[in-house]
Design a binder for this molecule. Structure first.
Ligand code: CU
Length: 145
């Protein structure tokens, strides 16, 4: 009888010990920086748009740009844009960590500035090209003949 009680006790202890080390040994937080489809990221960092300042940010119409304030005290003021575009930018000044997204639907050339840093060259050119699926060989349009 005593021996049976002892064995039962060991069993419980072993089970709880197994449960205790049940987790996978990783613990590394895998940071997902994957952007949604048709989205590109533009960092506002130091005194530049990256990309945009040193090189024109070129995207297809229908692409969303995610602007990320990697440093603080920036805004986005639209100085030039296609006539059909109603994009107003992000004129309020935000601190580090702010994000702002805009889907560019109107093809053409855009020029934006960061007002606090325009004198330091913080400007960007964005070129929106016609979406690649316009004028493609779409067989669906060839229905009846
Ligand atoms: Cu700025």
């Amino acid at each position: 009888m005593d021996r049976r009680t002892y064995i039962a006790g060991v069993g419980v202890a072993a089970a709880s010990a197994l449960a205790g080390c049940g987790g996978s040994g990783g613990g590394g937080s895998e940071e997902t920086t994957t952007l949604p489809p048709d989205t590109v990221q533009c960092d506002l960092v130091d005194y530049a748009f990256r990309p945009g300042t040193d090189e024109t940010l070129t995207i297809d119409a229908g692409t969303t740009v995610r602007f990320v304030w990697q440093t603080g005290n920036h805004n986005i003021v639209v100085e030039e844009k296609p006539a059909a575009s109603e994009w107003a930018g992000e004129p309020d000044i935000y601190g580090q960590g702010h994000t702002y997204e805009h889907e560019f639907t109107v093809p053409g050339s855009y020029h934006v500035v960061c007002e606090p840093h325009v004198n330091m060259g913080m400007v960007a050119d964005i070129l929106v090209t016609e979406s690649s699926d316009s004028g493609g060989n779409d067989t669906a349009t060839n229905g009846s003949n």
